[in-house]
Design a protein around this ligand. Structure first.
Ligand SMILES: Cc1cc2nc3c(=O)[nH]c(=O)nc-3n(C[C@H](O)[C@H](O)[C@H](O)COP(=O)(O)OP(=O)(O)OC[C@H]3O[C@@H](n4cnc5c(N)ncnc54)[C@H](O)[C@@H]3O)c2cc1C
Length: 418
């Protein structure tokens, strides 16, 4: 391998944004990636004409770093409805942000998802997360999300149970709502400031766009790194590669494997099941939440209602999320999920199960004090730097920020003005 200024381990969003930033400043780098493609946890498979994101996830268009580095028009973003359908007591109940979906305001005000007081509290929450600048928002006292909802904002138990547990539980992959209030308030601000979207042709378009901005041959796929040290990377083959700087941009558990002295962060897990249906069970691109709890299904969305490219003509693609890592086998989970879905939509009995993704490390745990401070240092020692969502927060934005910060730390040490 020829010599580069910087070696980056991992072509997830953090590693790619690090490479992009170095490239912008004329610093050569090589990204070494163990798997067969770019994107890390943001990948999409094509199966029988369906686009299956490896786990249901969305881009919040208000993410500041994503706005900085991504070309949204080229991604051809398709937006979700600004609200949700919540299932309880045998029916679906619509809730929406009345400021963003004014037509839904009456049904939201009268929906039994929460009390009238809860609806007013939602407006108060909206105001509270939007008024300070982002730095001040991240500096607020860190408590759990559940404490923030009940003690800081005063929501009723019913509202927390029916709406926030499945909604935020699906984002934080933590239906117990033990994750940091800092993460919750940041995501909530992002939801209110922009759209919830996916690229028309799948989430992997995001890392593909970042990779396309790099010079050819910057990324080396199918190459696992075995060990890292300041200025040196040892490949699985035993070969050693040297550079002025090494940036480790893997997930947290892999970092703990590659480097001594790091405890792996606890992982939040999720299963995503995909079904093909002859007819979509809902008409709009809306998130459907389980407001009853106790079952495996947390949320469902018809991805082909969000973007028709997700399914071949005449078919619908249904994505179902199960939070956690149940002890049952994938086949047993599928049986339970289907039984659950049949109570919601009788036609679900005929849906074709396409695939189940069981993602053990979907996000690092963000239980307090995980985000105190909200950003951890990008420089470990001379010649060794860290990126990845475990340095910031578990989001597309957090991963992108961590990559840029690592690049900035490298550039500073190389004497390159930023
Ligand atoms: C199912 C799911 C749903 C999510 N939902 C959302 C959402 O809706 N919105 C949101 O903003 N965020 C969401 N996230 C979080 C977001 O996707 C992640 O925070 C982000 O993608 C992490 O990027 P990263 O670059 O830090 O790490 P990763 O994507 O994990 O990238 C690390 C890369 O390093 C490579 N690597 C690991 N070990 C080695 C090695 N030894 N040698 C070489 N390469 C190696 C890996 O193959 C991988 O490509 C979700 C994540 C998942 C999984």
């Amino acid at each position: 391998m020829p010599t580069y200024d910087v070696l980056i381990v991992g072509a997830g969003l953090a590693g790619l944004n690090c490479a992009r930033e170095l490239h912008r400043h004329g610093v050569s780098c090589k990204v070494i990636e163990a798997s067969d493609g770019v994107g890390g946890r943001v990948r999409t498979d094509e199966v029988d004409g369906f686009l299956l994101d490896r786990g249901f996830q969305v881009l919040l268009t208000a993410y500041p770093e994503a706005q900085r580095v991504l070309d949204y028009d080229a991604l051809d973003l398709r937006s979700f409805y600004d609200g949700a359908l919540v299932r309880f007591d045998g029916a679906f109940h619509r809730v929406a942000d009345p400021l963003r979906e004014p037509l839904a305001a009456p049904s939201t005000v009268f929906s039994p998802v929460g009390t009238l007081g809860d609806k007013l509290r939602t407006l108060k929450l909206r105001q509270a997360v939007r008024s300070p600048d982002l730095a001040a928002l991240w500096a607020r006292d860190e408590i759990t999300t559940r404490q923030a909802l009940t003690e800081r904002y005063g929501f009723s138990d019913t509202m927390v149970r029916r709406f926030f547990e499945p909604f935020l539980g699906g984002i934080l992959l933590d239906p117990d709502l033990g994750a940091s209030s800092r993460a919750f308030e940041f995501y909530f601000r992002m939801f209110t400031e922009g759209d919830t979207a996916v690229p028309a042709r799948g989430m992997q378009q995001i890392p593909e766009q970042l990779a396309a901005g790099l010079e050819d041959h910057t990324i080396q796929l199918n190459t696992r790194v075995q060990r890292v040290a300041p200025g040196t990377v040892t490949l699985e083959t035993g070969a050693e590669v040297e550079a002025s700087a090494v940036v480790v941009a893997t997930d947290g558990p892999e970092l703990a494997y590659l480097l001594d002295g790091f405890d792996p962060p606890a992982s939040r897990s999720v299963l995503c099941l995909y079904y093909a249906a002859d007819e979509a069970p809902t008409d709009d691109p809306v998130l459907v939440l389980d407001g009853e709890g106790g079952g495996l299904v947390n949320n469902l969305v018809v991805m082909s209602n969000v973007s028709p490219h997700y399914a071949p003509p005449g078919k619908a693609l249904v994505s179902v999320s199960v939070i956690g890592n149940p002890t049952q086998s994938d086949a047993e989970v599928e049986t339970s999920v289907r039984a659950h879905l049949r109570r919601w939509y009788p036609a679900a009995g005929a849906w074709q199960h396409l695939k189940t993704y069981r993602i053990l490390h979907a996000q690092p745990s963000q239980a307090p004090p995980a985000l105190s401070p909200p950003e951890r240092s990008a420089k470990l020692s001379d010649g060794l730097y860290l990126a990845g969502d475990h340095r910031t927060n578990a989001s597309i934005n957090g991963a992108l920020v961590s990559g840029r910060r690592a690049a900035e730390a490298v550039l500073a040490d190389l004497g390159v003005p930023v």
